[in-house]
Design a protein around this ligand. Sequence first.
Ligand code: PQP
Length: 397
Amino acid sequence: MTTTLPPALDIDPFAADVLRDPLPMQHDLREAGPVVHLSRYDVYALARYEQVHAALTDWQSLQSAAGVGMANFRFEEPWRPPSLLLEADPPLHDAPRAVLGKVLGPRALRRLRDAWFADAEELVDQVLAEPSFDAVPALAQAFPLRVFPDAVGLPQEGRENLLPYGDHAFNAFGPHNELVAKGAPRVPELSGWVAAQCARDNLSEDGFGAQIWAAADRGDITHDQAPLIVRSLLTAGVDTTVHALGAVLYAFAANPAQWERLRADPSLARVAFDEAVRWESPVQTFFRTAVGDVDIAGTTVPDGRKILMFLGAANRDPRRWTDPDAFDLTRDPSAHVGFGMGIHQCVGQHVARLEAEAVLTALAARADRIELAATPERHLNNTLRAWSSIPLHVHRD
Ligand code: PQP
């Protein structure tokens, strides 16, 4: 096969105006070719479904241990000790992954289902006391903050640190732009609090955290690894679900016919959530690093170079999806790459789906119609596609 030079584009995927509306850039990237060189950052980019899917599943050629952000851990000091899950490759990745996969697996979550559904009903009843409210603080943030820290077994004190810590961690996967600079001053304080919560003595005896420590007692992981695996829960467990809930609530507010479908058949809640994850892709991008020279669609990516995978662009690639920009409960969205694919595919996806199912089921049982009461506002983050405000007006039965 002959090697061709990829087309070069001088776009900044992390510029504020692009983060506010990434769809035009995603279109340009997909159309430019299967592999694009982003000259501003000297990284390679994949935006078509076929190449993003292939990259996600090729952990042998495209490593995570050099970081899944723009920073290359082969040459640069990470801002914190690397994650044992996200920023690790086999074989080191496998034991932490197996442990967390069990702790957050469908079987383990069955224990939480009834309580989380009751929590969602209580919260939704409370929120719907007013016909208009901002769905971001009132639902998208309130519900994960109500159920997840308790499930982990965190003390009450300092839980307000979870969202800013996660927000910074997701900014830190991007370049050192203003978003990272804005978060930097609080990093010592937030990291100190997070590290303290990972200690066994600070966790309740029955939560996800304690189960990770119990796995260390069994020898499935080492006792040194346990606190860093708990740290993954604290980094990834709140902002992601907050913005995924924001995505599905916005999707319904903007698509009233789909809300009617959910109302007619509430068992569509899970499909609706996955369709919203496809449509909005709350996690927009991740990087990999080439191990040796790697051929992608006839382009050689040299050893050690960073490859930026546009999950959001792949999830709207017309080569893969019919009418990709439509939020449509009748499609099968299950092949989306919003949760990744392959050995790193989101280990928390069952938690996210359960939270969303609980909130959507409670809301669908009570809200005849939901509509935007004012223009929603974006929250900018280098990795997350997010809302800071979704003003809703709800008509009750
Ligand atoms: C998207 C793990 C997972 C989850 C970590 C970590 C951080 C972020 C995520 C990204 N993540 N869903 O620190 O181990």
